[in-house]
Design a protein around this ligand. Structure first.
Ligand code: GTP
Ligand code: MG
Length: 321
């Protein structure tokens, strides 16, 4: 997802790159004076051009956040400080414009002069001014780098029928994703193992088509209003509100997750009221740990009991026209 944003350099890396490129420039001329003058000018232009074009590529290739799908916008908004990102993009634009102005006005001065010593002095002055501008925006590069690292790791979400697995922490949501799909999410014995969205797929071939669900595993949710939810819980809310056609609400009747069945059912009522557009399918899990009622749908991700039945039930809800 948006993996084309270029890696963002530090100020020092960018300055080194611009000097290294400039040093490679040599203009040939039979006359020593012209050779020197033209080389000074070419190197100065190469130096400012490198800085300017790199800054421009950062600004242009950064995705315009308000054009991203709503789901990504909300995820980004949840984790990044957008005001500071906008401010840093503005600072980088300012640096580019200032370097462009220096380049235009100062190279004219270099061309007009016939004094090689003056040209050399001017060149060093231009290097000094541009270097100090680039150093001034080092913190802005860091803001962009953090944002880029977050954006390139965003999950690839497709526009296909989607099941979101939700429930209390530690009830076995990631285990269920790994039972239903080939995804290999991190599974562990403690709550809040899952901190971001994890995606898997589930396919069924019919006579004419392949029906495919996207299955989304989410971080655990506690029974509380959205205003009190932390950044990790908000990720689950964002997935439920933007992606879910079907919600598998996972209950752990064994309570080995560390939360009571009553707490889990209270959260279910809250989510059903909040996400009225999605269809809720309630699944009891960890049936290897308690005596499950034969009549009810229950599964175990340890023994795989009930998984095929759950898969069939889900496909019976596949949206078909
Ligand atoms: N006995 C038994 N243990 C299970 C089953 N499913 C999951 N577990 C265990 O429950 C613990 C939590 O499993 P996860 O899949 O990480 O739970 P989660 O809901 O994704 O947890 P968070 O990401 O922290 O919200 C792990 O120790 C799993 O091995 C099951 O069907 N039976
Ligand atoms: Mg998990």
């Amino acid at each position: 997802m948006y993996k084309t944003i270029p890696p963002i350099a530090t100020s020092q890396e960018l300055i080194d790159r611009a000097f290294a490129r400039a040093r490679k420039k040599t203009i040939q001329d039979p006359k020593k004076y012209f050779r020197k003058k033209k080389t000074y000018i070419a190197r100065t232009e190469s130096f400012t051009d490198t800085l300017s074009s790199v800054l421009e590529s950062y600004i242009k290739q950064f995705p315009s956040l308000d054009q991203l799908p709503q789901f990504y916008q909300e995820l980004i908004h949840n984790s990044l400080n957008l005001d500071s990102l906008r401010h840093s993009l503005g600072a980088i634009q300012w640096a580019k414009d200032t370097i462009d102005n220096i380049a235009t006005s100062q190279t004219k001065t270099l061309r007009r002069s016939t004094d090689l010593q003056f040209i050399h002095k001017k060149q060093r002055e231009i290097h000094g001014r541009c270097t100090s501008i680039i150093k001034q925006i080092n913190a802005d590069f860091q803001v962009l780098r953090d944002a880029r690292d977050f954006i390139v790791k965003l999950p690839d979400i497709q526009d296909i029928p989607t099941i979101v697995i939700a429930g209390y922490p530690n009830v076995g949501k990631s285990s269920l994703l790994s039972c239903l799909s080939r995804a290999k999410p991190h599974i562990a014995q403690y709550p809040f193992t899952t901190k971001t969205i994890q995606v898997g797929h589930m396919k069924q071939r019919t006579d004419f088509f392949t029906e495919q669900f996207q299955i989304i595993d989410t971080p655990g949710l506690l029974e509380q209003p959205d205003e009190e939810r932390n950044e990790i819980e908000q990720v689950a809310i964002i997935a439920l509100s933007n992606l879910a056609d079907i919600v598998i609400y996972l209950l752990d009747p064994s309570e080995s997750c560390g939360y009571t069945l009553i707490q889990q059912q209270q959260l279910l009522s809250r989510l059903k009221q909040q996400f009225t557009n999605a269809e809720f399918i309630i699944v009891k899990t960890k049936n290897d740990l308690y005596d499950a009622d034969e009549q009810e749908l229950s599964v175990s991700c340890i023994t795989n009991d009930g998984i095929d039945e759950l898969r069939s039930l889900l496909f019976s809800h596949y949206p078909r026209d």
